[in-house]
Design a protein around this ligand. Structure first.
Ligand SMILES: [Zn+2]
Length: 288
């Protein structure tokens, strides 16, 4: 699944190409990928103009001037591809569909702007696109449950600490991977931020001081920001909205660096298992 920085990068790339465009036509081949009432689609999507593209956690939201929004969840194998003459970009799961002729067998939804088309491709059909009234977007279950955005400056250190402390019986890694504690932190950024804060991922939340948790929030913000700036990061091979492979892993401190020296102290990085996930630690910087 793409992590927060990949989705942020897709959001920025999409905005560049579709803002202000008017939807001419919509087609889809798989009702589960686009489970909307056709009458609503004709009324509120066809003919609508794209007003805004935004992100919440790992979900994209495209606001229309009809006061409806498209909510897009890429899940495991979803991708968004925009094409217009020589302009071509795609983001999401890396398959040949990012560069090949479209629509193809993985295309679930096509949004035709007359000048340009946006394709939602999804091989395994776990992802989805939903059209709903903009004021109802925040009310869908997923958004009601998801925690605050880590990069939102209105999230205070105290709020963060309070939220994490509600999970005091679990490991700190499990706590920050929990999307209801904080939005959008996946395996890469959990490992990176825990190394930044010199916290062992298996430490119990109840054993950590406020100062350590404060440093951890700083680490989450730092690693996400670096990833967004470097074009979206990427676990395995997510490509960004321009079709470039993200480069964050070049800057990773510990993630997928087992057997290599810690950039801080030179100790060999180890791979262990915490919270059911492959976890990368420096045994010296992150004592347990
Ligand atoms: Zn170290």
């Amino acid at each position: 699944m793409p992590e927060l920085p990949e989705v942020e990068t897709i959001k920025n790339g999409l905005a560049k190409h579709i803002l202000g465009k008017r939807v001419r036509d919509v087609s889809f081949d798989w009702p589960k990928s686009f489970p909307n009432d056709p009458a609503q689609v004709n009324k509120y999507l066809v003919g609508a103009t794209i007003n805004r593209v935004r992100r919440r956690a790992k979900v994209l939201i495209v606001d229309l001037d009809t006061n409806y929004s498209l909510v897009i969840h890429l899940k495991m194998t979803g991708q968004l591809v925009y094409r217009h003459h020589s302009i071509a970009f795609g983001g999401g799961h890396p398959t040949d569909s990012l560069v090949g002729d479209l629509p193809d067998r993985s295309t679930r939804v096509t949004i035709d702007f007359g000048a340009g088309r946006l394709y939602f491709n999804d091989q395994r059909k776990f992802g989805w696109v939903r059209l709903l009234p903009t004021p109802e977007v925040d009310e869908i279950d997923f958004f009601k449950k998801v925690g605050p955005e880590p990069l939102d400056q209105t999230l205070s250190v105290k709020d963060f600490i309070d939220r994490v402390r509600r999970r005091k019986g679990t490991s700190i890694k499990a706590a920050i991977l929990d999307q209801s504690v904080i939005a959008g932190v996946g395996n890469i950024y959990a490992d990176e931020s825990l190394h930044y804060a010199k916290i062992h991922p298996a430490s119990l939340v109840g054993d950590l001081a406020d100062k350590q948790l404060s440093k951890l929030l700083e680490g989450i913000r730092h690693s996400l920001t670096v990833a967004i700036e470097s074009g979206g990061s990427t676990d395995r091979n997510y490509v960004d909205a321009e079709g470039n492979r993200g480069s964050y892993l070049k800057y990773a401190r510990v993630f997928r660096r087992e057997g290599q020296p810690c950039p801080v102290c030179g100790t060999t990085i180890e791979k262990i298992r915490v919270a059911g996930r492959g976890t990368h630690v420096c045994p010296k910087c992150q004592r347990h």
